[in-house]
Design a protein. Sequence first.
Length: 92
Amino acid sequence: ILANGSVVAWGHPEYGGHCSALHDQLRDFQQIQATNGAFAAVLGDGSVVAWGSPSRGGDCSAVQGQLRNVQQVQGTNFGAFAAILANGSVVT
């Protein structure tokens, strides 16, 4: 995470090393976590953006509607993320 809240990623594109498709969303980063093939980041508005291999957590579209007021994200080595919301609930 750069001082201006943006992020730079590099490496194998299939595993999150190429994030230019998310260019409009890559700002105001608060936290980034990784799995063994994807990244998930909490933005300043409490939403989450993910990229990388969909089978390793890089696609959060199935739970995107629940990812509001996220306080923290944690990644695993097995391609999964968990998000802790402001109300204490967890989204997986």
